[in-house]
Design a binder for this molecule. Structure first.
Ligand code: PEP
Ligand code: MN
Length: 578
């Protein structure tokens, strides 16, 4: 076996852990304060992007696995799971296809681009695992198989470590410690239900493990509601709850014909149920500051296809820690480096000149409306919208460590944030309100000055970046505070199908002109999700219309629609397809 022996615990680490009081050390928050991100075949677990891992309990045949893989990929899964070595309660039950199953998994990765995850049940399978799959799973029954833990520690590849059937969180963390002590920190903790006295579900899903683990460890957290509940219709409600509770990833069993499944059919979702769940997660994730990215794999491909000469950067407005910075990371992850800019025009110029590959610009806020400057810049510059992301604007009150609310004499924030927290601030009439240029600069100013009598309004991300304390979370008056950002880039001809198009057009100054354009959308049953008018640059009292459509009308297939639109409007331009 090709072991990664040189990574074993170093002298520096030994020195650091000698001061840690808990029995779990390397995996503890005390050892490493920032969250660990684990990469499985380019998919990052532990970032703002929720990761869906789906597939059957067991790989039963090539056709079965491939059919399910294509379905779950279509619905938003970015990794595929399937057991080849099954730890079954009965020796007479299906035990898995073994190496044949691993070969099928490798083939699925090759054909679909989905990274593959499977369970390792014995040290003797290590070489095969390294040859065929992207991550191994330690099953609940093997959580305390210490030789196996040491083995996957030495293998160095990502490990999904399930919680044992009747293990405490402390025991679970000690098992992770075994893996990390061998030099492998690519560990994802997976809660899959524990055994209790309750017989209505197969196990009891311990969702409280999520906030408990968040405090104790830097490792990412996955939830498996399939084995936790054991019953199909109980899976989606618990999956939704897991995301709301802060899970980084979900592992879901899906089968195209669960009645005939060789294992765990009763808890397997039908593919379309998985699709429905993914749509729900898409809606829930932003509430807790995360995203479900249906274009995750497409983006990886796009980034990989960038020319070596092209800059792998995205321009955003404001300082590091701003909501625009968060939007950039939420959309691209770490593959594209965010670059801070002073003005929106600087962003457009940087993208036009190629010093930045992409730009991230806010278009509208759910409470305060459109950011018109960016609509005007879209009109002026010949750049395209290639994607969008919606971020929840959740303000925190940020101070130095151990500052009490009663110590605070001043609160710093930019005017929009101050007005969004008006009711909260009104409770403290004696505190001085100090307007500054942005949330991130408010946090930075307090950090730099060491001022313990001031607090800043900003994002939790800004608090993390500047190493500051969150005294109070979610202080905005209205929790439905979302900002939608457009990702802009220079045009590339690419006719892959997309789902949304943004256009601008003007109409002649005659009765019913706009109605004529709307009629075209109606005739072709194209849903209009946004329509907004803006004065035309340099032409007083003449207007352009911006429209977002739920159709790919820039695609050659929609040529007849475009022809009709051109007939009925003037200056029609496609701003982007995404
Ligand atoms: C599985 O993932 O199919 C499995 C057997 O899981 P667990 O170890 O959680 O029972
Ligand atoms: Mn299973």
């Amino acid at each position: 076996m090709n072991l990664v022996l040189e990574n074993r615990i170093t002298e520096a680490q030994k020195e650091k852990i000698s001061h840690i009081k808990t029995s779990h050390k390397l995996v503890s928050r005390e050892f490493k304060s920032e969250n660990t991100q684990v990469k499985i075949n380019q998919v990052v677990i532990g970032s703002d992007r929720i990761v869906l891992i789906a597939g059957p309990c067991a790989v039963e045949s090539h056709d079965q696995a491939m059919t399910i893989a294509k379905e779950v990929k279509k619905y938003g899964a970015v990794l595929f799971r399937g057991g080849a070595y099954k730890p079954r309660s009965s020796p007479y039950s299906f035990q898995g296809l073994e190496e044949e199953g691993l070969k099928i998994l490798a083939n699925i990765r090759e054909k679909t681009g989905l990274g593959v995850v499977t369970e390792i049940t014995s040290v003797s399978q290590a070489d095969l695992m390294m040859k065929y799959v992207d991550a191994v799973q330690i099953g609940a029954r093997n959580m305390q198989n210490f030789e196996l833990l040491k083995c996957v520690g030495r293998m160095g590849m990502p490990v999904v470590l399930k919680r044992g059937l009747a293990s405490t969180i402390q025991e679970w963390l000690m098992s992770a410690e075994y893996i990390m002590a061998e030099g492998n920190s690519h560990i994802i903790l997976c809660e899959r239900g524990i055994r209790t006295f309750e017989p209505y579900t197969r196990n009891t899903l311990d969702l409280s493990a999520i906030p408990v683990l968040r405090q104790l460890t830097h490792l990412p957290i996955m939830i498996d509601p399939s084995h936790a509940t054991g019953i199909r219709e109980k899976v989606s409600p618990m999956a939704r709850a897991a995301v709301a509770a802060g899970a980084d990833a979900l592992m879901i069993e899906v089968h195209n014909d669960p009645d005939k499944a060789l294992s765990d059919g009763a808890q397997s979702l039908y593919p379309d149920q998985f699709g429905q769940l993914a749509r729900d997660i898409y809606v829930i994730a932003p509430v807790v500051g995360k995203q479900l990215d249906f274009d995750y794999l497409k983006k990886i491909e796009m980034i990989n296809n960038l020319d070596a000469k092209e800059s792998k950067t995205a321009a955003f407005i404001g300082e590091y820690g701003s909501y625009s910075h968060k939007a950039s990371i939420g959309y691209f992850g770490d593959e594209i480096k965010p670059v801070s800019m002073k003005t929106f025009r600087d962003i457009f110029n940087a993208v036009r000149h190629g010093s930045c590959q992409y730009g991230v610009v806010p278009l509208e806020n759910s409470l305060s409306g459109s950011i018109h400057e960016n609509y005007d810049l879209l009109q002026e510059y010949n750049l395209k919208i290639i994607g969008e992301i919606t971020i929840r604007v959740k303000h925190a009150l940020i101070t130095h460590e151990n500052v009490l609310k009663s110590d605070i004499k001043r609160i710093l924030g930019p005017p929009p944030a101050l007005s969004q927290c008006r009711n909260y601030l009104d409770q403290y009439p004696d505190i001085e309100i100090v307007p500054v240029t942005s949330t991130s600069s408010a946090v930075r100013q307090i950090k730099d000055s060491g001022d313990r009598q001031s607090a800043a309004i900003g994002s939790a991300m800004a608090a993390g970046i500047f190493g500051m304390n969150i005294l109070e979370e979610s202080i905005e008056d209205n929790p439905r505070n979302y900002t939608r950002f457009a990702i802009i880039a220079k045009e590339k001809t690419d006719y892959k199908k997309v789902t949304k198009t943004s256009i601008i057009f003007s109409t002649g100054n005659k009765p019913g002109a706009l109605f004529e354009v709307m009629k075209v959308f109606s005739e072709y049953e194209i849903n209009l999700v946004k329509l907004e008018s803006r004065p035309m640059l340099g032409k007083p009292w003449e207007y352009m219309f911006y429209a977002d459509l739920e159709a790919d009308i820039g695609h050659p297939d929609f040529e007849p629609v475009m022809d009709r639109l051109k007939e009925k409007s003037e200056n029609l331009r496609v701003l982007g397809r995404y």
